[in-house]
Design a protein around this ligand. Sequence first.
Ligand SMILES: NC(=O)c1ccc[n+]([C@@H]2O[C@H](COP(=O)([O-])OP(=O)(O)OC[C@H]3O[C@@H](n4cnc5c(N)ncnc54)[C@H](OP(=O)(O)O)[C@@H]3O)[C@@H](O)[C@H]2O)c1
Length: 335
Amino acid sequence: MTAKTYKKLIVNKLAANFQSAIEVIEIPIPEPLPNEILICNKFAGVNAGFDTLVCRGDISYIQLTPPFDLGVEAVGEVVAVGSDVKHLQIGDSVVTIQRGGGYREYQCVDANIAFKVPEATPEVLTLMPTGVSALVALEQVGEMKSNEVVLVTAAAGGTGHIAVQLAKLAGNRVIGTCSSEAKAQLLKELGCERAINYRSEDLNQVLKKEYPNGVNLIFDCVGKSIFDVCVENLAVRGRLVVIGFISEYGNKFEEVTQPRIYHQLFWKAASVRGFLMPHYQEYATEARERLLNLFYEKKLKVVVDPTEFKGIESIPNAVEYMLNSQNCGKVVVRY
Ligand SMILES: NC(=O)c1ccc[n+]([C@@H]2O[C@H](COP(=O)([O-])OP(=O)(O)OC[C@H]3O[C@@H](n4cnc5c(N)ncnc54)[C@H](OP(=O)(O)O)[C@@H]3O)[C@@H](O)[C@H]2O)c1
């Protein structure tokens, strides 16, 4: 290994937007401790929503004082191994999922938190942790069944396109929402019986007309008026899982005044449930194995957005790209 220093992205101050909060710094590459491995990251997943909220200091379960590291999932190659590490060796490809581990060229981690994978490709980052969240949310929180109508919002995104396929594989009729015709085409290829481009069609009208009995399970990534339409179109005993509310991440949260939500839920015995992966960690290992199997058996397609973001300096553009709804599939940065 010839490199002596590496670049990483840090949050220097809390700020309303990602670009104002971050800085790229260059520091020496560390040596692994006896229980650690040194990884040269090849790809990192971009989580624009989470990153923006962290930069704003708006994630209640994380209390971080700047400066701190950003990025979560990364896949890379082991380039040095601590003296006590026996199960990994130089040249192995590994995935890591830990806060602060993504937006950096190198990282030293406890060898036990790295998962060995056959190859350091961006596809695996779509399965873990993104796909894992989709699977656990649908099954554990949404109580996904078969022969139901399932609606996924931001369905062509990293999390959404996996949710679409899992709902379809479970034997459901799947509707996906998105913001372009190209994404709608992808959703049809992934198994949606109805792809709704909410920029060219009125989501509420389509659901009322084509699904008069309502939607049984909703996987909502978007929030705001899309959430309102989703609640309105829940079926009797329908379940809406709040996966996120990305339409609000870039802005000040909207204040709304309207009758309390139980007026809409009670008469249909419907429910709205929050999902946050850190509260469901006990399901992660099994979900990861199932997803990898589905992927290697070619039952699950993984879509990585084709736009190339290269290097630590490209991360703010990748975040902006997602918040502007431009991505189709998982956004990754390549180092
Ligand atoms: N709860 C958890 O543990 C957990 C775990 C992972 C992800 N998430 C959440 O899942 C959601 C998707 O995350 P992701 O990383 O997979 O992103 P993503 O879906 O790949 O990308 C974001 C997509 O969201 C939509 N979007 C962005 N800004 C929007 C806006 N202002 N209004 C309407 N739609 C907008 C766009 O899709 P369209 O084409 O549909 O407009 C965009 O392509 C986020 O809310 C994220 O926070 C939650």
